[in-house]
Design a protein around this ligand. Structure first.
Ligand code: SER
Length: 942
């Protein structure tokens, strides 16, 4: 039998050695640079810019095995995993590509050759499907592919099938796409599978998809033809291995054996490879068959830990949003199956990371780099989820209680009714929250409800889930792109066709005004020759503007002509090598061919302050927190800098202080900033260099160094002293000297997701302003500290007001907050010592409430409670009141106390009794009269 390893290699060798393809390593499973995608979902993702005509490569034929995740977004198989024989969240996709090289015939010939000649599959078991056409969008029926199949493979008509959208492949809501022809294998004993092609029968399975990429799907769903025609093929590696190893399911292949062994060791349970009849969960059948439940759990765990190990290795982290959220769901699903079906109560998932590394580290060496980091992240999540599950159980109890109370309220009955419990329904909202926040699957909530003779509002739950799915579907996109900030592929092809060369932006680093010529004007829909009003994107032959990149915002500024045309640039972006100056015309007319003066807004200097200071902060964070600090994202603009980095916990005051001080020292030292290009290989050797994890860098990189000339760094790269400088790969614009930043203040520090912190800071005038606010705050704190006790509350109010000022230094803020807490405690202690009135402890309150409840009288379907609490102060009265209200659905409560010659009364009435005419405000007014006083309030509380 061929091993999976051999099969992978044979595929690649076939295309490289026999058909002149270049092997291109799999791209990261986390598409760091494509906001339209949650995860890499197909081998073609990394080639998207080539398909769109934005990029060219040295080769026109490529092949590889790509790491893919299909969970969340357009292609989502998560819910099927475990019960399905052929679905995964993580899988490998073998593929071959042609970029404007061979097309339909070439792709079909090669596929047929590999399947039938090299791998010897029986041709009479193979079927294909072709696209039936889409009149509305002008895509014809693909009889061309069918004809080629007949010629190349001699396939009879009943082995060629036509389908609609299943034979039109799209990567996401937008992007490159085209008709495809899919190859199926029929493994029914009598080869009768034809009618099952593209159906549910697992014996008739798609094994290879050949896509003919010819269009781009636009935001408005229309299709635009691409400048050239390409081939994109994808073959599920686990599926073809299933076929070649002659087993009945993807999880039966050799690759998964180590997972079953490891899980057996952990749980003492053996894997037997059973599957349910269909992919949908069937609680009744599963309840009756423990081995089936175990087998499903084994597959869920093996699949999910592969997915998590790859995603985390490639830099993703579980979190509360976007792809991090999808990963968290996957992790929790695996943990739940382990807990519920295999009795694995302790964190276990992280112990399987080495199994993934061992099984797949040869094909994907990146797995071997830092597996400990991956297992630590998973373990943290598992521990956190354990706590969440426990809290979820509590929440379930509350939901059940709420359901019971709700049932009583609607029947207007007394609280302690003996009505049968099954009339109570757990609300859709509670069931959804249990699922969404606490990871409780709906079956679990149902089972727990049924154990109590209750039911769940399943219909409402499904509606909420559908709404959430809707949200998740659109979740991969970060806001809608404006018409102006992007150019569709056909627009780029048009520019290329007209020989308009990409914008030369060598002047951007200096940023001084230059003369340039208008090459093209894009109005959001088409290119126009001139504009005299409204918004547009202007392309010049060369520019001094910086286009948004690497976290630095695009420049604003002005384009003016001698003939009084004035175009206000709001931002700048690069698309396919063309730089778009996006903004609006404020006077005159701008034409193609016109000469303009391009002036960058002076705000650029503020952005540069933020940017150079960010580099110093990145360096200082590593100095203070250690080498594990890695940049995870950044944003620099004229107002602030924002920097995300890997670190497990909140920064202490001391750490914050040290970082701030190091950065400010860097500013005070007046360090010159050097920026030069260098060969990547050489530059990577510089001791202490900072580069971003997962970022692709070109062969020539720009090195930005604060304090040490780049030539010297390259001369003696290993020198220990370079660690004292900030040295980074960076294409952004910077100050000439660190002193221009003026000062640096950190204004906030928070968690963005597990293991990732974010600091926000300000520089220059904003930093000085922040320091002024800090000294005002300090003065207010000093004043409060020296105030006499009885004035503490008003002094605290003054401090609180200062605390609301935006842009305060974080450390000062934290100090003042601590001072406020201290002062509050001081005031409380003083108040206690000075009050002759007796207060009430928690236990006293509960006891008093209990007693009053036992004495309650029925009133109009609720409880009437009237009582005296001798010597109680106002807080105690309120406490007892709240305690009673929590335990009673419908009530009218009036409590009173007399202490120190003063009488206090408090009343509360539930909405139901208010409707019947009893209002707390009226009640108090009348009662207070009796005590010789006055009072009033709302109908609910007075
Ligand atoms: N992109 C196609 C798919 O994923 C072929 O590679 O099926």
């Amino acid at each position: 039998m061929k091993t999976s390893q051999q099969i992978r290699q044979e595929f690649i060798d076939f295309f490289v050695k026999r058909h002149g393809h270049t092997f291109v390593p799999s791209s990261s499973v986390v598409p760091h640079d494509d906001p339209t995608l949650l995860f890499t979902n197909a081998g073609m993702n990394q080639f998207k810019p080539i398909f769109l005509g934005l990029e060219k490569r040295a080769y026109t034929r490529a092949t590889n095995t790509q790491k893919c995740i299909r969970a969340g977004g357009k292609h989502n198989d998560l819910d099927d995993v475990g019960r399905s024989r052929r679905h995964h969240t993580f899988f490998e996709m073998l593929g071959n590509w042609s970029f404007g090289d061979y097309f339909k015939r070439g792709a079909i010939e090669m596929a047929w050759e590999l399947l039938t000649k090299v791998w010897g599959l029986d041709p009479s078991r193979l079927h294909v499907s072709c696209f039936e056409g889409d009149e509305k969008n002008g895509v014809p029926r693909d009889t061309e592919s069918a004809q080629i199949w007949k010629e190349v493979a001699g396939l009879p008509d009943d082995h060629i099938h036509y389908f609609g959208k299943d034979n039109f492949w799209e990567m996401g809501d937008t992007g490159p796409c085209g008709p495809c022809t899919e190859i199926y294998i029929d493994r029914t004993p009598d080869k009768s599978g034809g009618p099952q092609v593209n159906g549910e029968d697992p014996r008739v399975m798609e094994i290879w998809n050949l896509v003919f990429i010819q269009y781009n799907r636009n935001e408005d769903r229309s299709l635009t033809p691409l400048p050239s025609q390409h081939v994109d093929t994808g073959m599920g590696f686990e599926r073809i291995t299933q076929v070649l190893q002659n087993v009945n399911d993807n999880y039966g292949i050799d690759l998964f054996n180590p997972f079953w062994d490891a899980l057996t060791k952990l749980s003492g349970i053996k894997y037997s490879g059973q599957y349910p009849k269909s992919n949908a969960a069937d609680p009744v059948a599963e309840a009756a068959n423990p081995q089936l439940r175990h087998d499903i759990a084994f597959r869920v765990i093996a699949d999910h830990v592969r997915c998590l190990t790859f995603a985390l290795t490639d830099g993703a982290v579980p979190s509360n949003e976007g792809r991090g959220y999808v990963l968290r769901r996957i992790l929790r699903r695996a943990v739940r199956f382990g807990r519920q079906q295999l009795e694995l109560k302790e964190p276990f998932l992280h112990t399987l990371v080495p199994v993934v590394v061992e099984a797949m580290g040869n094909a994907f060496p990146e797995l071997k780099k830092n597996p400990h980091r991956v297992s630590d992240l998973i373990k943290d999540e598992e521990v956190g989820f354990g706590r969440t599950l426990d809290r979820g159980i509590e929440l379930f109890e509350e939901a059940a209680l709420e359901a019971q109370l709700q049932g009583h309220v609607t029947r207007q009955g007394p609280v302690l009714s003996d009505a049968p419990l099954h009339s109570y329904v757990i609300s859709a909202g509670s069931a959804f929250k249990l699922h969404d926040t606490y990871g409780f699957p709906i079956d679990l909530t149902r089972i727990m409800a049924e154990e109590r003779g209750m039911s769940v509002d399943l219909k409402g739950y499904e509606e909420l889930m559908e709404r959430a799915r809707e949200l998740a579907r659109s979740g991969g996109k970060e806001g809608t792109e404006s018409r102006l900030t992007d150019l569709p592929p056909d627009a780029i092809a048009k520019l290329q066709g007209e020989k308009i060369s990409p914008t030369n932006d060598q002047h951007k680093y200096k940023g001084e005004p230059i003369q340039a010529t208008v090459q093209a004007i894009w109005d959001g829909e088409r290119f126009v020759d001139q504009i005299d009003s409204g918004e547009a994107a202007v392309i010049l032959n060369h520019t001094n503007f910086y286009a948004e990149m690497g976290g630095q915002v695009g420049d604003a500024g002005l384009l003016t002509s001698v003939r009084q045309a004035s175009f206000q640039v709001e931002t700048t972006r690069a698309v396919g090598g063309y730089i778009l100056h996006i903004g609006q015309i404020t006077s005159g007319t701008l034409n193609i061919g016109q000469n303009v003066t391009a002036t960058v807004s002076p705000k650029r200097v503020l952005t540069q302050k933020s940017h150079t200071t960010t580099h110093l902060a990145n360096w200082a964070l590593r100095e203070v927190l250690g080498d594990d600090v890695q940049q995870k994202g950044s944003l620099v603009d004229p107002e602030k800098l924002r920097f995300d980095f890997s670190h497990g916990k909140s920064l202490s005051d001391d750490e914050l202080g040290k970082v701030e001080t190091l950065v400010n020292q860097g500013i005070e030292k007046r360090l010159p900033v050097y920026a030069e290009e260098a060969p990547q290989e050489k530059a990577l050797k510089i001791n202490g260099l900072r580069a971003v994890f997962g970022e692709k860098y070109p062969p020539m990189v720009r090195v930005v160094s604060v304090g040490a000339p780049v030539a010297e760094l390259l001369k003696d790269p290993a020198n220990e002293k370079w660690r004292q400088y900030s040295i980074e790969f960076c294409g952004g614009t910077h100050l000439g000297n660190s002193a221009e930043a003026g000062a640096f203040v950190i204004t906030s520090e928070e968690s963005v997701s597990k293991g990732i912190r974010r600091i926000v800071g300000v520089t220059g005038d904003a930093a000085k302003q922040s320091q002024t606010l800090a000294s005002q705050l300090r003065a207010a704190v000093d004043q409060a500290r020296s105030a006499p006790e009885f004035e503490i509350p008003s002094a605290i109010a003054v401090v609180q007001k200062h605390l609301t000022a935006p842009g305060l230094p974080l450390r000062e803020k934290r100090k003042a907050q601590a001072a406020v807490a201290e002062l509050q405690a001081k005031y409380k202690a003083w108040e206690k010592a000075n009050k002759s009135q007796q207060g009430g402890s928690g236990a006293d309150v509960a006891e008093a409430a209990n007693k009053l409840l036992t004495d309650a009288v029925d009133l109009g379907g609720g409880k009437l409670i009237v009582g005296e609490l001798p010597n109680a102060n106002d807080d105690t009265l309120r406490g007892v009141m709240d305690s009673i209200r929590k335990r009673t659905a419908s009530y009218g409560i009036l409590l009173g106390s007399a202490a120190d010659g003063k009488v206090s009364l408090i009343a509360a009435v539930s909405d139901e009794l208010i409707a019947k005419g009893l209002k707390a405000g009226d009640w108090i007014r009348e009662a207070a009269k009796v005590a010789g006083g006055g009072g009033g309030g709302r109908p609910q509380m007075a």
